[in-house]
Design a protein around this ligand. Structure first.
Ligand code: NAP
Ligand code: GDD
Length: 402
């Protein structure tokens, strides 16, 4: 019989990658999705098959981390061997505006799920993964951060996740639950939420290259993050639950880059060299030079991304639908700062030490920073090209900017 996993937050970035990974390992996967007024299963639709057909191993259930009876019922019905608790209000800045809700879903939601295991008498049989975060290190007390670094959260999100971390440790110690915390540093992908900084940048760069957008407003350009690929990080989640003993693990690349550097790298993918002028809230990112071949290639690049090192090929150039944005030219301002994106308390610098995961889980990241940016930009270019095509055919293209 196949192993059964229950994933909360299956419609999110990590939920989608994890579901795909576990299905690939032969698991039966149940996921919890929220009721929404629009379809919200985009990221997992490719995994879905008609439940009436034989051999189906992927199922979704309506639920919410704020609804204890619903969680108990889903756990009772699915009787999972492994639970991956990924559901969360996961946006740090939004948590300052929705602090109570963030605590309810991220902190108490975790407690509800752990209690469901106790109530149903599954604490000795079901293994539990908690999506903990490097945001718990916040105002980092050590560099790099490891499992022994003291926590200092800097947001309602960080504080809620800290409760979830400790309640998980407590249930492990009090009731013998096989419960592990993955303390994951930032991980991204082409299906990253559009309001996280990496995706916001790659999406904007693609749209700017295609002439669908003029510029990009960001907050703190100095922020330093340890960015990895979500595909690598979900492997670590699974490995943690295969260990004889539960434990807590930092998952990170050990490499740090600034938001500014992320912008430069993303622009370079479309042949634009960015230079920085001014300082603080007046700083701007300006086009310094344009590689016409690279830009043409980016504009014409339907289909899969070219190999990372071969991005200097020649393209024909089809004009890129420049009717809605000012054409790209040296001196054009692409990046501006908007104080709206500054946080009341910022986490300025994070970098992880994943030695324990390397030694005990045999886990290693496989995707480099350059490969990550490359994959994200080229995926967003394909989406921008679709939008551009719609636009040239007279269809309305929605403008999502946040
Ligand atoms: P994400 O893309 O924002 O996905 C969050 C998921 O949680 C979505 O499926 C969302 O549903 C669901 N959700 C939110 N509130 C819920 C509620 N009240 N009840 C049920 N489901 C709810 O986040 P992610 O990047 O995949 O991250 C997965 C987890 O890892 C999160 O717990 C996050 O805090 C944590 N984490 C992420 C990172 C990172 O860099 N990505 C790093 C460390 C830790 P909808 O689709 O309906 O919104
Ligand atoms: N979102 C966003 N938007 N962030 C910006 C912007 C902007 O316009 N401009 C600068 N930043 C800075 C933020 O201030 C932060 O320092 C950094 O870019 C990264 O922001 P996010 O991408 O929103 O991610 P995060 O680090 O706050 O949180 C993510 O990683 C955590 C792990 O460390 C989320 O995925 C959390 O759920 C996760 O726990």
């Amino acid at each position: 019989m196949s192993t059964t996993a229950l994933i909360t937050g299956i419609t999110g970035q990590d939920g989608a990658y994890l579901a795909e990974h576990l299905l690939g390992l032969g698991y039966t996967v149940h996921g919890i999705k929220r009721r929404a007024s629009l379809f919200n299963t985009d990221r997992v639709d490719h995994l879905y098959s008609d439940p009436h057909k034989p051999g189906v191993r992927f199922f979704m259930h309506y639920g919410d981390m704020t609804d204890a009876t619903n969680l108990i019922r889903i756990v009772q019905e699915t009787r999972p061997d492994e639970i991956y608790n990924l559901a969360a209000q996961s946006h740090v800045q939004v948590s300052f505006e929705t602090a109570e809700y963030t605590a309810n879903s991220d902190a108490l939601g975790t407690l509800r799920l752990l209690e469901a295991l106790r109530i149903l008498g599954l604490e000795q049989t079901t293994r539990f993964y908690q999506a903990s975060t490097s945001e718990m290190f916040g105002l980092a007390q050590q560099v790099p951060q490891s499992e022994t670094t003291p926590f200092y959260p800097r947001s309602p999100y960080g504080a809620a996740k800290l409760y979830a971390y400790w309640i998980c440790v407590n249930y492990r110690e009090a009731y013998g639950l096989h419960a592990s915390n993955g303390i994951l540093f930032n991980h991204e992908s082409p299906i990253r939420g559009e309001t996280f900084v990496t995706r916001k940048i790659t999406r904007a760069v693609a749209r700017i290259a295609l002439g669908l957008q003029d510029d990009l407003y960001l907050g703190n350009l100095d922020s330093l993050r340890d960015w990895g690929h979500a595909r690598d990080y979900v492997r670590a989640m699974h490995l943690m639950l295969q260990q004889d003993e539960p434990s807590d693990y930092v998952i990170a690349t050990g490499e740090q880059h600034s938001v500014r550097e992320f912008c430069e790298r993303a622009c370079a993918e479309v042949g634009v060299a960015l230079a920085w002028r001014g300082a603080g809230a007046d700083e701007t990112g300006v086009v310094q030079a344009i590689d016409a071949h690279l830009l043409a290639r980016a504009r014409n690049g339907y289909g899969p991304a070219p190999a990372l090192q071969s991005a200097s090929g020649h393209g024909g150039g089809h004009g890129g639908g420049q009717d809605s944005a000012e054409p790209l030219r040296p001196g054009k301002v692409l990046v501006r700062v908007d104080r709206r994106y500054f946080r009341p308390t910022e986490v300025a610098s994070l970098i992880g030490d994943a030695s324990k995961a390397r030694e005990r889980l045999g886990w290693e990241p496989t995707c480099t920073f350059a490969e990550l940016v490359h994959e994200m930009v080229w995926d967003d270019l394909a989406q921008a090209q679709r939008d551009e095509l719609c636009k040239t055919q007279g269809f309305r293209v929605p403008e999502f900017r946040e």
